[in-house]
Ligand binder design. Structure first.
Ligand code: GDP
Ligand code: ADP
Length: 204
């Protein structure tokens, strides 16, 4: 039987750099895991491609998918649905491939309650002042919205204790290295448990 792959969930507050770190992980060692492309009802941005960046769907299509049990998790974020299609994740894990999800915190909590053996990584800003600077730098929000996002970020940071690991995103390449080490040591840990189990049963 093929050993199942590992589910890696990368999450954290809005604006911390999840998308940036995920892209850097894919660029650096993307052949070692499968990135699960999310489904969303938000409009594609210039240059984004359906089926590569996201599966872009209408609200009705998304809600049909939910009704059919096709989503591992989903959440509404700034007025749109975002979610993880279940089939691809299951298929890859069953083939022994690791799967990476990059999702916001409420979705990650849903996965936590469904998948007992995933690795849950919370990306944190070095401090809240720096988080605010990053949100401002994106340039999409006015000052009232930025204040709301910061309040939401505080609430999201309170969920950190539900995770297995916290990784500081001070510099993107350092955060990527830390995550790489976490994944490698999780693999070793699982391999050790399996070895012990097989030794006990006298199998090779
Ligand atoms: N729950 C959940 N969140 C997702 C999923 N895909 C993306 N997100 C999150 O949705 C948020 C908005 O993503 P996006 O519209 O691409 O804008 P961004 O703020 O530039 O990353 C980010 O926090 C993503 O991490 C998903 O499948 N499920
Ligand atoms: N380590 C970092 N140092 C400085 N800026 C960063 C870092 N990581 C991300 N950023 C910047 O912060 C902003 C938010 O990043 P993004 O990946 O969109 O966050 P999220 O996906 O968590 O909402 C972007 O402008 C991005 O370029």
């Amino acid at each position: 039987m093929t050993k199942k792959g590992m589910l890696i969930v990368l999450s954290g507050p809005s604006g911390v750099g999840k998308g940036t770190v995920r892209q850097a992980m894919v660029a650096k060692y993307g052949q070692q895991f499968r990135y699960s492309i999310s489904m969303t009802t938000r409009q594609p941005r210039p240059g984004e491609v359906d089926g590569a960046d996201y599966y872009f769907r209408t609200k009705t299509e998304f809600e049909d998918e939910i009704a059919q049990g096709g989503m591992l998790e989903y959440a509404q974020y700034v007025g749109n649905y975002y979610g993880t299609p279940l089939r691809y994740v299951n298929q890859m894990l069953n083939e022994g491939q690791d799967v990476l999800l990059e999702i916001e915190v409420r979705g990650a909590m849903q996965v936590r309650s469904k998948v007992s053996d995933g690795v849950f990584i919370f990306l944190t800003p070095p401090d809240l002042h720096i988080l605010q600077k990053r949100i401002e730098k994106r340039g999409t929000d006015d000052s009232a919205t930025i204040a709301k996002r910061m309040q939401k970020a505080r609430e999201e940071i309170n969920l950190m204790t539900n995770y297995d690991y916290a990784v500081v995103n001070d510099q993107v390449d350092k955060a990527v290295d830390r995550i790489e080490h976490i994944i490698a040591s999780e693999h070793l840990r699982v391999a050790r448990v399996l070895d012990t189990y097989q030794n006990m049963l006298g199998e090779d």
